[in-house]
Write a protein that binds this ligand. Sequence first.
Ligand code: GCB
Length: 617
Amino acid sequence: MNRKFALLFASMLLPFFAAAQDATSEKYVGTSKEALPYPQIINVSARTPISLDGWWKVIPDQYESGYYNYRLVPFATKQTYFADLSFSKDRTRLVEYDFDMADSLMVPGDWNTQKEKFYYYEGTIWYRKKFDYSPKQGRRVFLYFGGANYETIVGVNGRKIGKHTGGFTPFNFEITGIVKDGENSVIAKVDNRRRPEGVPTINTDWWNYGGITRNVYIIETPETFIRDYAVQLKKGTDNVISGWVQLDGGQPAQDIVIEIADLRRKHKVRTDENGFATFEFKAAPELWSPENPRLYEVSVSCETDSIKDSIGFRTVEVSGAKILINGKETYLKGVSIHEEKPFSPSGRACGEQDAELILGWAKEMGCNFVRLAHYPHNEAMVRTAERMGIMVWSEIPVYWTIHWTDPGTYSNARNQLEEMITRDKNRANVIIWSVANETPRNPERLDFLKRLISRAKEMDGTRLVAAAMEKTYLDKTTVTVNDELIPYSDVVSFNEYLGWYDGMPDKCRTVKWTFDFEKPVIITEFGAGAKSGLHGDRNERFTEEHQAWLYEEQIKMFSTIPGLSGTTPWILKDFRSPKRPLRGIQDDFNRKGLVSSEGQKKAAFHVMQSWYGSMDD
Ligand code: GCB
């Protein structure tokens, strides 16, 4: 190499060395040390949020060149894409990215279905949104994400703010003092790579949609504000409303008023030096139920803030093998649902309109219950179901075989559970929190799930807690569920798949179900694949006839299952899954939907519909 080239080469490498050095003095080195989100603010839509939805500039970064140097050491923030430099403004400068010159993607929305080239993309995409703002005296400002899959590192105005892990729960950061008068920019590095130690782990039967899949808001609050509250019927009663309020800010001790005008109740309480107060008062609300989804306007006020919510009151309990809603034995006429848009090209669903369409199909089928699988769905889904009188099973993505002994995996799962319960604990329609799906039976997993169950109970003693388990054969024809988790679960919920993964549909006639316990039984999954419009002999897999036959056989079998209190067949609509490659039939979709990915109802939909319909007679 001659001297001139050697010098040129050295000068080209200089920025990398400088960056590597810089990185060691950086406060947040590496991906594990970013600040955690601020505690979740609930009911944000009631705070007239400023929406940052719409087009965001995006830079795909599969090799993470915007974050790590060539030694894979994280850059100092000013050398990452968080610095938001511009090539177009000064072309003499060596800058290899420029948001202004980049593509755009819509938020909320997954990236896979917005552009053909991202159909199978997994990795990092950087998002940038500019917005005008004028900070107001005495107001705090938060940046709120309804959800982004899977790991999100957020920067505002060139500063790194913090990181959130988990693809399906909300998170927020305080940006008071960081957001400025005039133009501001938010950058989010969203990375949806699957990780062995993640929750979920690398192996799932659904497509790992990446991106900022839910709404992004700027939330303004008073200096001291109502960050969180619980308002519901006291466990075991239908005429005592109890709960708590959590203030946040420099004036923690305040007088609080909880008012429910339609019940003519106005209850006063005072928060302590931590901004916390519990309360309890008598009231006789009309109870929320699927038949009468009554919601009351509840206002919670303190001296510096006030917030309104629509809240319903109902009881849910287990008595022997029965589920009682408002004291009445109730069969959970359900269906399982993935959070996917109702029509082609699928993609993550978000918002009221998607929810109304999806839940509309469930209602049409006769459902009073949905299992929102396999992770917390967006808030609009839960709230829309509540308005429509549909009860909800809500679960976290502790799915199949995750790393049971990794403390990081546990704290991640626990955090997702806490974020889910925090967001939805005031929803009357949520009756079951689920901590897992089809996990392998071993002592480490039992310990992991027991801890999650007790955390769920500690946070919310009013609802049922469960997990989707699996069946076991005692002999060739006797089936049971004898999972070690049963003593800790309020119901015995399990996936079976007789007639699909386990023989042909008529096998359902040959088995005998027996249980060693007296708890309500919920079949959380059964089903069969069918390509909409594919017809043939009922013995032929993937025909609508085969799927419908499976449903008929299952339904006949259900009358022989002791304590059966609910069914959520798999699944309402076909959904994307890379585990399903059969060309011309699956095409990377799991075809167990009762409705196709194009929105056509299959024959089995009507079998379920008439069965659920017959229960009302
Ligand atoms: C299951 C899983 C679900 C799958 C389904 C299937 O047991 O819980 O996530 O999609 O089976 O279709 O095999």
